[in-house]
Design a protein around this ligand. Structure first.
Ligand code: HGY
Ligand code: MN
Ligand code: MN
Length: 408
């Protein structure tokens, strides 16, 4: 419990989650708000309206990051919270949105009780956290911290060849503010765990100690399209079979880590044509950088061997590469203490998913609060978290932000 005895209004937070969740809503449930899509624009418009209605000063920067400022008693670096409102193609209504809207709920609660914090507060929604359409992921926060140039980000293209900068202009969110202008005193992000650990252990709160390393790589095998009925197996240069073999090799190589072939596209993708070309993506993660590099090298070697054995061409390129990140120990402690004070079970843990907090950790003390995901499911319309867990997480965000926003 915070020193002011305040708690959030869960019904109001749940109402905003439902309302934003209706933007880009999919038949049968879930949301599809790919970065810089019309649905993303509609979600951004709703968020900005809420920010203005709460009396926040809204800033939008040149990569489309949205910041809602709440004044503090002092003119000093703000305490920032936030996450993202873009989603994967068919995701849940909590991934990212929960953290942004809980930040708005903290502001609403402080407004209701006329509380002025010493330090200013900022609620942020970063552009293209998912990286599902434009690579890499966490792009808006990466540009914010100087890890990617604005021009490189604006020039990235999606798989349909559309340029990010043009899409940003099209949806009206190519803002005037300079990326990275806000150097927060601290950053705290609330997010669903998106994995099975908290639920399996019956624990309500995760005090997140860091984020595992991420490696996204694209491989393209080039063989020869041919007739499925007339071409003997020994004469084929089958790129589709090579991609399938590499997908199996990834699963064998990662063992206790995680490796995913999320995209696999044979071409021309027809029932009676031996695929002449095949593109696939490999997502590898590990909390240990050396193990991650070892897995990357083994996958690359496997790809070379598969290509050589079938007389195929092979090209590959990196789509995203982030080393493991450790969060600020004092903030991790603060999360654990706040959970204890409210009587919630808690544990320290790493994050399996990437988050904007891992980028903000490059420029400020950063940390995260997790709440359980039911059945550990995420990046899926079935993504869900119990209301009492959502409420607990938002109250902890309030408590930690109040603590961080007090002058030393
Ligand atoms: O890929 C991730 O971990 C995040 O959801 N962008
Ligand atoms: Mn997320
Ligand atoms: Mn996600």
């Amino acid at each position: 419990m915070n020193g002011r005895g305040l708690s959030i209004d869960y019904a109001r937070l749940a109402g905003r989650i439902r309302e934003l969740g209706a933007v880009g809503a999919l038949e049968g449930g879930g949301v599809g708000r790919l970065a810089l899509s019309d649905a993303d624009r509609a979600g951004r418009d709703l968020l900005v309206d809420w920010m203005w209605a709460l009396g926040l000063d809204v800033e939008i920067d040149a990569i489309g990051n949205i910041f809602g400022w709440r004044e503090g008693a002092e003119i000093t670096a703000p305490v920032m919270t936030g996450s993202h409102i873009d989603s994967v193609r068919a995701g849940g209504m909590l991934d990212g949105a929960y953290g942004v809207l809980a930040g708005l709920e903290v502001v609403t609660c402080l407004n209701d009780h006329a509380v002025t914090t010493d330090k200013p507060l900022v609620v942020a929604a970063f552009t293209n956290e998912e990286g599902a359409r434009f690579h890499p992921d966490m792009m808006g926060s990466l540009v914010h911290v100087g890890g990617m140039s604005l021009s490189d980000a604006l020039d990235t293209r999606d798989t349909a060849g559309l340029r990010l900068g043009d899409e940003l202009t099209r949806i009206g969110y190519a803002g005037g503010a300079t990326p990275g202008a806000i150097k927060p005193a601290a950053f705290i992000e609330l997010h669903i765990e998106q994995g099975p650990i908290l639920e399996a252990e019956g624990i309500r709160i995760g005090a997140v100690e860091g984020v595992q390393g991420i490696s996204w790589r694209e491989y393209v095998f080039q063989g020869q399209a041919n007739h499925a009925g007339t071409t003997p197996m020994r004469l084929r240069r089958d790129a589709g079979l090579a991609a399938a073999r590499l997908a199996v090799a990834v699963a064998d190589i990662v063992a206790e880590q995680v490796g995913t072939v999320g995209e696999i596209e044979p071409a021309p993708n027809l029932v009676n044509v031996v695929p002449g070309r095949a593109r696939l993506t490999v997502d590898l993660r590990n909390t240990d950088e050396a193990r991650l590099q070892e897995a990357e090298a083994r996958v690359a070697r496997a790809a070379d061997e598969i290509a050589a054995a079938a007389d195929l061409g092979l090209e590959s390129r990196s789509l995203a590469r982030f080393e493991p990140v450790a969060f600020d120990a004092a903030i991790v402690d603060s999360v654990a203490r706040a959970a204890e004070a409210r009587g919630h079970s808690h544990r320290r843990m790493p994050s399996g998913a990437g988050h904007d907090a891992q980028m903000l950790a490059r420029i400020a003390p950063a940390g995260m609060i997790f709440v359980p995901s039911i059945a550990g499911i995420s990046h899926n319309p079935a993504e869900h978290t119990a209301p009492e867990d959502l409420e607990a997480g938002a109250n902890l965000l309030l408590d930690v932000m109040l603590e961080l926003a007090e002058a030393p």
